[in-house]
Write a new protein. Structure first.
Length: 213
């Protein structure tokens, strides 16, 4: 019966690669059916997750409607002589977008050229080959995802050929920018779980029990 393990182990990668991953554009579920098992993958908005205290720096806004509001004169006094501080532009048209001043969407109606500051934490060390401007630019990408609610979680369910749920997993806190990374995480988990499931089935077959095949 050793050819069972070899046969189905070789197909795991093919099976997992065939499972369609939902796009992170909202709540969506995909389903993959195989004679041996069924996989359901769901992606939903993760409204409960945030990392406000985990940024490499702090965002300050001159907009009184923002929770990060700071008075312009106060900010000028605190940050104008700080070589690490980066001026920010702000764009809003349906969604919000922060970027280092001089970058991002440029619109005479929807863009505020100088809308606030980004300041790294006191203990933040500048990564090799980077500038504070480039660090801020990367931070703005994820901060923009977060403030717009573009955060996602996934759940995966694996059913055997009888329709019985045999394994499940879920994880949250993924940014829309990290869609590919999230899909890789799902596929890696699926490969491990299906491999274990198949090995259990093969063990039953080798023991003379009735299995899925």
């Amino acid at each position: 019966m050793s050819n069972w393990k070899e046969k189905y182990s070789q197909q795991i990668i093919e099976w997992v690669s065939d499972v369609d991953m939902p796009e992170v554009t909202g709540s969506e579920t995909t389903e993959y059916e195989d004679p041996t098992f069924t996989v359901k993958v769901s992606v939903e908005h993760d409204e409960c997750w945030g990392r406000e205290d985990e940024w490499d720096g702090k965002f300050f806004s001159f907009n009184r409607n923002h929770t990060t509001f700071i008075d312009y004169d106060e900010a000028d006094e605190r940050f104008k002589d700080n070589p690490k501080a980066v001026k920010l532009s702000y764009y809003e048209h349906g969604a919000s977008m922060w970027s280092p001043a001089g970058s991002g969407p440029q619109c005479q109606w929807d863009t505020t050229q100088f809308a606030g500051w980004w300041v790294p934490h006191d203990d933040q060390v500048l990564p090799e080959g980077k500038t504070w401007y480039s660090v801020c630019a990367e931070e703005c990408k994820y901060y923009t995802q977060w403030i717009n609610g573009w955060m996602y979680s996934y759940s995966v369910e694996v059913y055997d050929h009888t329709g019985k749920l045999v394994s499940e997993d879920s994880c949250g806190g993924f940014y829309g920018l990290d869609e590919e990374y999230m899909h890789d995480q799902i596929r890696e988990w699926l490969a491990d779980e299906i491999d274990e499931f198949i090995n259990d089935e093969i063990a039953e077959l080798e023991a003379g029990q009735v299995g899925a095949w």
